[in-house]
Design a protein around this ligand. Structure first.
Ligand SMILES: Nc1ncnc2c1ncn2[C@@H]1O[C@H](COP(=O)(O)OP(=O)(O)O)[C@@H](O)[C@H]1O
Ligand SMILES: [Mg+2]
Length: 153
């Protein structure tokens, strides 16, 4: 994956993306806890896409309640978390970032309904020198995307 990086305030970009997702899922409450400025060198459109995938998954696959997003800084990385009520079975968790070949969803042509959403999130994270992990515990699903603020080329 080739990135188009520029200096940006990631908080501002993700806040904008969140507004778009709130409009797309008006019946879903989405909370955001964000620190004001996260300056770094990112491909912002790719990171917005990854954030949107996580939020739409939480809205679509969650079992109700508030979707909670958090964007913070930890050492030299941005940490983006999206959490919802629900459960992902152990056998699904294992390959959850692998591309799925599924018939369902292809007809709609929706980019997040191809079973590729999390695969794309993983590629975006890795291309930035970061990573994405998931946890499903006690009825809560939590995705954590960690992106270094600056990456060596
Ligand atoms: N936030 C979530 N809560 C519960 N299940 C999830 C969540 N995100 C993903 N999943 C599960 O992982 C699968 C793969 O997600 P994804 O790669 O985005 O493909 P898609 O959304 O098109 O099914 C989903 O079909 C769903 O079963
Ligand atoms: Mg999806």
């Amino acid at each position: 994956m080739t990135l188009k990086k520029s200096n940006a305030n990631l908080s501002k970009e993700l806040l904008e993306e969140l507004q778009i997702l709130r409009a797309a899922f008006p019946q879903q409450e989405i909370s955001l806890d964000v620190i004001q400025t996260i300056e770094g060198t990112f491909d912002v459109s790719r990171l917005r896409e990854a954030f949107a995938n996580l939020l739409s998954n939480a809205a679509e696959h969650g079992t109700g309640g508030v979707v909670k997003a958090k964007v913070k800084k930890s050492e030299d990385a941005a940490v983006i978390q999206v959490c919802n009520e629900g459960k992902i079975a152990d056998e699904k968790l294992e390959g959850i970032f692998d591309p799925l070949k599924r018939g369902q969803g292809f007809e709609t042509g929706h980019r997040t309904n191809l079973g590729l959403g999390l695969f794309i999130c993983k590629q975006i994270a890795l291309a930035h020198g970061g990573d994405i992990v998931v946890k499903s515990d006690d009825g809560i699903v939590l995705f954590t995307l960690t992106i270094p603020l600056h990456q060596a080329d």
